[in-house]
Write a protein that binds this ligand. Structure first.
Ligand SMILES: [Zn+2]
Length: 196
């Protein structure tokens, strides 16, 4: 259980981890806090966008799409590894997921199957969207994967969490497949090593 970082603390945490950050518009005040609570925070969620092109991807994640207003995450991780900050606060990224998974994340234990959609995830997770088509063909450049590792580690380091607090959207919400292209076990291993 932790209160969310301030925008300044979030920026500092990312930069201290060596992340190259691009601040997009009024990201510090761009959120969905008027629609529901933000925090306490319990983890970091990783996604892929199923889009191509960094400018287009960042715009969608900032503004949203028909039926799903932005921001759709906090940071967009581009193919070149730069992280575009599009929002701070409650964001439309996690949707409804499994309370058993949330309990496991809080306890930092192995995750159970996500077979229920009974819990508001937008309240409890930082969210990062990765620019990738998610078709199993679109490559994940090393610079991008390194940035995924760094943002996850940055948030965990700030809150004193282990790699167990990093989950994929597909581990949270039934029916989701993202991120596709690497396993979350592999990513958690990299985060674990980075946090040593
Ligand atoms: Zn997702």
């Amino acid at each position: 259980m932790a209160p969310p970082m301030s925008a300044d603390a979030f920026l500092d945490a990312l930069r201290s981890e060596g992340v190259t950050v691009v601040e997009v518009g009024d990201w510090r005040e761009h959120n969905r806090n008027h629609k529901g609570p933000w925090g306490p925070v319990h983890g970091v969620m990783i996604h892929h966008t199923a889009t191509r092109g960094t400018a287009y991807t960042v715009r969608i994640c900032r503004d949203g799409r028909p039926g799903l207003p932005g921001p759709l995450c906090h940071g967009v991780i581009a193919k070149d590894g730069t992280v575009h900050l599009v929002g701070h606060g409650r964001a439309n990224h996690a949707g409804a997921g499994d309370d058993d998974v949330l309990r496991a994340v809080i306890a930092e234990k192995a995750l159970p199957p996500d077979d229920e959609a009974n819990t508001d995830g937008n309240r409890h997770f930082y969210g990062f969207e990765c620019e990738n088509l998610g078709d199993g063909e679109d490559p994940w450049p090393d610079a991008q994967l390194e940035a995924v590792e760094k943002v996850a580690a940055a948030v965990c380091r700030h809150h004193g969490w282990t790699e167990r607090s990093v989950i994929g959207h597909r581990e949270w919400q039934p029916g989701k497949v993202d991120p596709r292209g690497f396993t979350m076990a592999w990513l958690r291993g990299r985060v674990r090593d980075r946090l040593k």
